[in-house]
Structures are given as structure tokens and as C-alpha cells.
Design a protein around this ligand. Structure first.
Ligand code: SOE
Length: 380
């Protein structure tokens, strides 16, 4: 019997547009999904680039007007991989048109924008999801399983960092393709919304709500030429953001993100210390989970380096043979598979828009504390 179709309309053909397209293309080949995913349309400002994306990834058509795309009857799911300032309008219009919506992180530029997006999908009763992809790297999902199984016991500490070094050059412009992340009017914030949002999403998934924060933020390069205006303009994003936090479960945390850590390209790491055991993960060695359990006995006790590639590890039974590694792009494929399985089971795959709003509440609190130097409650 022919499967029901899930017809996708993608907005955005940049870095994220590519990761999402690859995921939609591959998910049904590795997971037994009861919908057939069809890449119908890719939409973007530049018609030639949209066409090139469509040709490369196998979309049926390319277009330049997202409002028109949303009105079309041959689209079931609108996927947003456009810059952050477009998330809200596209998501709300898509929900109002009765489409399912997936959106790149962060959901909104502020939690106020995200609230409006949550309201729209809830009022329309349409499924939603935000692409916090790192949850679905098998070693990270395995960390969640260990925590939920009680292996760590009570958690005392959570530590996360996301370090990069690509904006150190003072002559790097802000604004425009690729560099909109440096323009606060488009991005909403700097590393807080771009990098810490990932760390916060993972942290709250693994260890529960973050209730209060105190932050230190800095903009190291105060002015940059804007690619779109050609003028030297103030930089208003946070280049670096560090914060201390309290979780509802009583554990303490420190988080750090920066684009000024020379030598680091995408160094996302976290470590959790519990009553019985500790775990640590590093994106640069993404298939491994470090695990120390003090109940291991004998002088050979110590940190284990678990290669999370066996058939009984999360998601791995869908890939090659035990021991063979998968990578970054697979986290997006897993996300699509879980989203579609959630449609079938009726149990929405997380993070939904409502889940991602919680992350935005914490990033708002971090930015507020960075300005006023006080402890700020997240409201969670
Ligand atoms: C920024 O450089 C960036 O591409 C983020 O926007 C992504 O969310 C992160 O996964 C990698 O770094």
C-alpha cells in the first residue's frame, strides 16, 4: 500500500538548509517510516541559488516568495532554515495555513517572539519541532539514558562550553549572507542565542529546568562594517557569554560560549558529576562518552571511554555494522525520523516549540543578567 506523503517546503538554502535537506532525503532510507517524505519546494531570496539547491537535493521546484509557498496545497510541512529574524513570521503564517512547522534554533530572537510562535502552533493544533540537533548524537542520547536509569544518582554539577574562533578578525564585516549572526537585529543575540542555546537545550533535557542565572557578556570588537550598508556600525551582539546557573534539582552549573577562543572551531563539551558517576562528552570526539562510576571496584577502576557505536546504542541499529562511526549530519537525520515517528504515534517528538521557548527564557535571562550584573530568574 502506498504510504501517506509528507510534502516538505523548505525556506533557506544555506548551511542549515543543506543539513535539513540531507536529513529529509536520508531518513526514510535508514528508518522504517510510515510516511514518504517528498521534497517539494525550496524557497529563498536568490532564485538562482534556490534553483541550484533544488537541483542538488532533488526538490521539485524552487521559489522566492515564502508566503506564496505557504499558501500552496502541495506542502504539508514548512521547514524554516532562514535567518532568525524570519522565524516568527514564517512559523506563524505556516501554522495559520494549517502546516506542520519545523524551525532552526533559536526559536525566536527573544522569548516574546517564541511565545507568539508557540501560541500559533497550539491554536492551529499543528505539530512543531526545533532543530536542537545535538540531542540526537547517539553518545548524547546515551547520556540521557544513563541519567534516566539513575546511573549518576543525584546530580551536583553541570559544566558546558561551546568555543569557536571565527570572528576574531576586526575587519570581518557584520550582516548579510553567513555574517547575519553578527548583526543583532537579525540574529537577536550573539553566542548566547547561537551557541549557548544548544548547551542550554541539552542541559535542560538531561538535568531539568534552569531556574536562575548570573552572567558575564562582552562584545570585544565594538564596530564593524556592515555588508549591506557599507557603513561602519556598532556591534551589539555578545561575542562571549559566560554564566553560572542553578537547576531546579539543586545542582550548580557553569556555561561558557565564545567566538574568540583561538584554535577552537566548534568545541562543544559538557560534563556532569553525580553522586555515583560522572559523564563527559566532546563534539570533536562525538562517538565517545566518557563515564566514571565510583562503584567500579579494584585498582583498574577509572574513566571508561565508551564508543557509542554498538547495535544496542541509541539509533545505531539503523546504521552500518557495530563499531562503525556516524557523524554530525546523522543527528539531523535522527531528528527527522523521530519527528515522523511522532506523527505516527501521536506522541510529539521533542523539542517542540513549547520546549524550545523554555530555552529562550533562559537565554533572555542570561542576556538580562549580562547587562544588569544581577541574578535573574528564568521563570521555569
Ligand atoms: C555557528 O557557527 C554555528 O554554525 C551555529 O549556528 C550552529 O547552531 C552550531 O551547531 C555550529 O555553529
Amino acid at each position: 500500500m502506498a504510504k501517506e506523503k509528507l510534502r516538505v517546503g523548505l525556506v533557506g538554502y544555506g548551511f542549515m538548509g543543506r543539513t535539513h535537506s540531507n536529513a529529509f532525503r536520508s531518513a526514510g532510507r535508514f528508518f522504517d517510516l510510515d510516511r514518504e517524505i517528498e521534497l517539494v519546494s525550496v524557497c529563498g531570496r536568490d532564485g538562482d541559488k534556490a534553483q541550484a539547491h533544488a537541483d542538488n537535493w532533488g526538490f521539485k521546484r524552487a521559489e522566492t516568495d515564502w508566503r506564496r509557498m505557504i499558501r500552496r496545497k502541495d506542502i504539508d510541512l514548512v521547514d524554516i532554515a532562514a535567518p532568525n529574524d524570519m522565524h516568527k513570521d514564517i512559523a506563524i503564517a505556516a501554522a495559520k495555513a494549517g502546516k506542520m512547522v519545523m524551525c532552526e534554533k533559536p526559536l525566536g530572537r527573544t522569548s516574546k517572539e517564541s511565545e507568539a510562535m508557540v501560541k500559533a502552533v497550539e491554536a492551529a493544533g499543528v505539530p512543531s519541532m526545533v532543530w536542537y540537533n545535538y540531542r540526537r548524537i547517539p553518545a548524547v542520547t546515551f547520556a540521557k539514558q544513563l541519567i534516566d536509569a539513575g546511573k549518576l544518582g543525584r546530580v551536583y554539577h553541570y559544566r558546558a562550553k561551546f568555543l569557536q574562533d571565527w570572528t576574531i578578525a576586526e575587519d570581518l564585516p557584520q550582516g548579510g549572507a553567513g555574517l547575519w549572526r553578527l548583526d543583532a537585529s537579525v540574529a537577536g543575540s550573539g553566542v548566547t542565542g547561537d551557541l549557548l542555546a544548544h548547551c542550554i537545550d541539552t542541559a535542560m533535557w538531561l538535568n531539568g529546568p534552569i531556574t536562575s542565572v548570573t552572567a558575564l557578556t562582552e562584545t570585544f570588537v565594538k564596530e564593524r562594517t556592515h555588508s549591506l550598508t557599507g557603513k561602519v556600525q556598532p556591534v551589539t551582539i555578545d561575542d562571549a557569554s559566560l554564566f553560572l546557573a542553578r537547576f531546579a534539582n539543586g545542582s550548580l552549573a557553569n556555561f561558557e560560549a565564545t567566538r574568540y577562543a583561538r584554535g577552537h572551531k566548534a568545541a562543544y563539551t559538557f560534563e556532569i558529576n553525580g553522586e555515583h558517576a560522572s559523564i563527559a562528552w566532546d563534539l570533536h570526539d562525538l562517538t565517545r562518552l566518557a563515564y566514571f562510576d565510583h562503584r567500579d571496584e579494584g585498582p583498574e577502576r577509572g574513566w571508561r571511554s565508551i564508543h557509542v557505536t554498538d547495535g544496542d546504542h541509541p539509533y545505531m541499529g539503523h546504521w552500518w555494522v557495530p563499531g562503525l562511526s556516524i557523524g554530525y549530519e546523522h543527528s539531523f537525520i535522527h531528528q527527522v525520523a523521530d519527528f515522523v515517528q511522532g506523527l505516527s504515534s501521536g506522541e510529539a517528538a521533542a523539542p517542540t516549540f513549547a520546549d524550545a521557548l523554555k530555552t529562550d527564557r533562559v537565554t533572555d535571562a542570561v542576556l538580562k543578567s549580562g547587562k544588569n550584573g544581577r541574578w535573574v530568574e528564568s521563570g521555569l
